[in-house]
Ligand binder design. Sequence first.
Ligand SMILES: Cc1cc2nc3c(=O)[nH]c(=O)nc-3n(C[C@H](O)[C@H](O)[C@H](O)COP(=O)(O)O)c2cc1C
Length: 164
Amino acid sequence: MTDSARQRDFRNAIGNFATGVTVVTAFTADGLPTGMTANAITSLSLEPLMMIVCFDKLARTRAAAVQCGRVGVSVLAAGQESISKVFAGKGSEDQKFANVGWRERGGAPVLDGCVAWFTGELGELLPGGDHEIGVVTVSEFGADGGEPLLYWRGAYARILGETS
Ligand SMILES: Cc1cc2nc3c(=O)[nH]c(=O)nc-3n(C[C@H](O)[C@H](O)[C@H](O)COP(=O)(O)O)c2cc1C
């Protein structure tokens, strides 16, 4: 099996792990909001409050987050699929933020309409192959609730029902 076939199979297999969808944000050196769609995030610690954000080494948001030292994580709502698609692209900051409002919270941008948000300090960046594992100490967070956007098997999805 070729490397690329094995990578495709791995991607298909891990795609069965359903996730939410977030936009990870930071401010550029010019003070502009920037961000990228990310689902490789998770909670890490309660004492202190910490979470993990995995950055593609080539992501421009990674560079901005490192320079800025603070990051935001906006958990997208079910109706924000188009926002996810825009932030997964390589448009300019203006293009990415053209159709979504945002506010500054704890030194990082937070998107309007998200179901939950977190901001904090970006600490260690641990090696992880072609990615880096960013350890974030959370300083502020909030949750408006509502239905989240999901990502499953390479496509966007919604919650159909809840089990007890
Ligand atoms: C559903 C989904 C999840 C993604 N998760 C991540 C992620 O966790 N980390 C990452 O670095 N890129 C992730 N990406 C890819 C980035 O969004 C993409 O590379 C983006 O163009 C980066 O933008 P930037 O270079 O402006 O930072 C994901 C894309 C999609 C569609």
